[in-house]
Design a protein around this ligand. Structure first.
Ligand code: SF4
Ligand code: SF4
Length: 305
């Protein structure tokens, strides 16, 4: 059993940059601000709701289930269609930066969870197959509209987060029981009391899962950007493991070094910040760089790409 450092924090500068980026994401996409979606509507002359619903991926799936609505998919190049391809294109080329830097609904539980001492939190690392559950949820999300006719907005942390932002900014709406259930899962059970605070992202976010799926394919090619590992520099201190909010990086027992799970990594770069030996970096090229020091035994187990 590998002992992990008990508590590792990133630099305030890095943390501040991420926080600012999430605030920008909130202002761009969530009501009552939704600056980006309003600007899009104004520039293209299309109707937008001025809310996160403008980017909802669920509608495209619902349209697919009804041949009469197939025209909606490509008939009007609306924000949903463009957003779908931009987010997935970004994930393919540069990884799920949307999750690690823009999605305020994912960031809120991560930052709140820092208020709770780690001894009170569950840790999913190596306890369950998070990747299987994540993609299983994604499959259910895609299939459900074909079987049951639709997916409720109430089971969505984006919408729940938007209602909270609206409440804080003066437009309070009482939450239905489903929204309350989502809040308890997303912010409390999977947030405050889960190590890293990103249990909802790990298990129940189809947007994140779709990006990870695309990234796991893109990361196999040298021309894309990804988290790179330099096993020859790694000292097996496991500071990166302790710092990862997605529990996407894990120790390799016996042989030392770490393994990166690209199906979970959101490219927040916290691990790069805390590594004191330049063993991790974000960039193009192979996911595993040739060892700088002579430690060839680390390489085969070094990545789960
Ligand atoms: S990658 Fe860096 S932080 Fe992680 S175990 Fe190796 S030396 Fe430590
Ligand atoms: S592996 Fe590194 S970049 Fe990926 S989610 Fe974990 S800390 Fe962030």
């Amino acid at each position: 059993m590998v002992r992990l450092p008990s508590f590792v924090t990133t630099t305030r500068r890095h943390d501040g940059r991420r926080l600012l980026s999430y605030v920008a994401g909130l202002l761009m996409f969530y009501a009552p601000f939704a600056l980006f979606t309003r600007l899009w509507g104004w520039a293209t002359g299309t109707r937008t709701a001025g809310s996160i619903s403008d980017l909802c991926l669920r509608m495209q799936i619902n349209w697919l289930t009804n041949p009469a609505q197939w025209g909606n998919l490509f008939g009007e190049i609306g924000l949903r269609t463009v957003g779908f391809f931009v987010i997935l294109g970004l994930a393919l080329l540069m990884g799920p930066l949307f999750c690690g830097w823009i999605c305020a609904a994912g960031a809120l539980p991560e930052y709140l969870s820092r208020l709770v001492p780690d001894r009170f939190k569950m840790d999913v690392l190596d306890k369950v197959n998070v990747t299987a559950i994540r993609y299983g949820f994604l499959a259910g999300y895609v299939i459900t509209p074909f079987l049951a006719g639709g997916i409720g907005c109430a089971f969505c942390n984006y919408k729940t987060f938007e209602l909270m932002v609206l409440g804080v900014t003066g437009s309070f709406t009482a939450l239905s029981s489903t929204y309350i259930l989502v809040t308890l899962l997303w912010l409390v059970a999977f947030g405050l009391f889960m190590k890293g605070g990103r249990g909802w992202c790990n298990f129940a976010c189809p947007v994140g899962a779709l990006q990870s799926l695309v990234h796991s394919i893109g990361a196999r090619f040298g021309f894309t950007w990804k988290l790179k590992y330099f096993p020859g520099n790694c000292k097996s201190c496991h500071r990166c493991v302790a710092a990862c909010p997605m529990r996407a990086i894990s120790p390799v027992p016996d042989r030392g070094g770490v393994r990166i799970n690209r199906h979970q990594c959101i490219l927040c770069k916290d691990c790069i910040e805390v590594c004191r030996h330049d063993a991790l970096a974000y960039g193009r090229g192979p996911a595993i760089e040739p060892a700088v020091l002579d430690r060839p035994a680390l390489e085969p187990a070094a990545a789960d790409a």
